[in-house]
Design a binder for this molecule. Sequence first.
Ligand code: NAP
Length: 429
Amino acid sequence: MNKIGIGLIGCGTVGSGLIRNLPHANPLLAERLGIQLEIRGIAVRDPSKPRPSLPVQPISDWKIVVADPSVQIILELVGGTDEAFQIAEACLKAHKPLVTANKALLAERGQELIPLAQKSGTPIYFEASVAGGIPVLKALREGLVANQLLGLHGIINGTSNYILSRMVEAGSDFATALQQAKDLGYAEADDRLDVDGIDAAHKASILCLLAYGFLPKFSEIPVEGIRKITAQDVSFARQLGYVIKLLAMVRPIGNEQIEVRVAPTLVPALHPLASVHGAFNAVGLIGNLSGPVQFTGRGAGPDATSSALLADLAEAAKNVRDKSPGPLFPKVDRKARLIAPNDSVGRFYVRIEVEDRPGVLAQVAGIFGSEKIGISSVLQPEGHGAGSVPLVFLLESASVSSLQKAVALIAKLPNTRQPAMIMRVEDLT
Ligand SMILES: NC(=O)c1ccc[n+]([C@@H]2O[C@H](COP(=O)([O-])OP(=O)(O)OC[C@H]3O[C@@H](n4cnc5c(N)ncnc54)[C@H](OP(=O)(O)O)[C@@H]3O)[C@@H](O)[C@H]2O)c1
């Protein structure tokens, strides 16, 4: 039996979950792959902190763990992009394969890390960085490797999905649903990464890298979160036959452009994505040969993340044992670039608050018409606050720039009140 030495850097929520799950996974790995994983070093920020029993005494200096000759693979579970980058760089210099769950590191510093990994000829395994227990990166790397990807979309942040599900199921407003997510431990005290779409955008970048060999510049990805969604929007979406989800979209536009975005999006109530509730994730892929494929499962949490980490550790260990280089980042020469956000084309939901006067609907509809934007549905409910009514439009396909022009003209009408609420609509056919 081949015993492979693992160095664990970071032993918080995910790291301690892995330590708990390893003794149960090892007999399966022995039976199925003929390998055993053995933790031979652990580094944490504060070794004096009380924690459940660990297989080795933790230390504070991760460099000692990386340099330990009995450690063959490093598992980075520190998080963030600074210290984690230094750890990754040290592993690559030492030619020790790196396994990580750190999506921020890959999405924000992948442009620096990938060339280092290529130069070193050392693999980085990162299945756990996207969609927790769903083996979607492996599906892209292996099962769908002969397909051209026509596009992919996903609900890849469980916290936002939990909040939106509460808003749909219990009619909660955003603030109440966010508090419930915090009370249940789904949302961090600092909720910005989840609720403002940044975590989903990190994962969308990684999916783009795997699907199209192109890692977008992170700061150029258009990202919108879910804070502005009201209980009213959830109800209007339902009346129109849709459900609001925080959706990541990645798709090629022609030969050289790729669209990557994260935004609250109306998806048809009958589409399988609409029934992905609570903290679950889902990723849909469309291969030219496979057709549509959808994965659903737990997107985070120590057990689901352990599933992905153990799979990566097993693959890394097998490659170490077999002296195989493992999956290296391909040198991609592709001249891809992100589509400019204003050039993006799609359907939109627009809610405008207007004074309740005759003729306003015709004025607003006239402006959409003047910008050549078709209207597929309108809701004009009665009985809203003093003298103001919401007007809700579901629009036909339009570019972001023409929509913005129309909305700016509508805002100048004497009878409009607040800025328009705009969301994407994806029919996902
Ligand atoms: N939580 C999830 O469900 C989940 C799911 C998928 C991916 N991830 C990713 O997994 C990674 C870890 O997340 P987590 O939730 O486990 O974080 P966490 O609970 O905050 O744990 C971080 C760990 O890193 C240690 N650490 C911090 N700075 C260090 C340093 N300089 N040297 C050595 N150790 C250091 C901390 O030590 P102390 O214990 O002494 O503080 C702690 O053990 C992140 O990249 C996250 O995005 C998390």
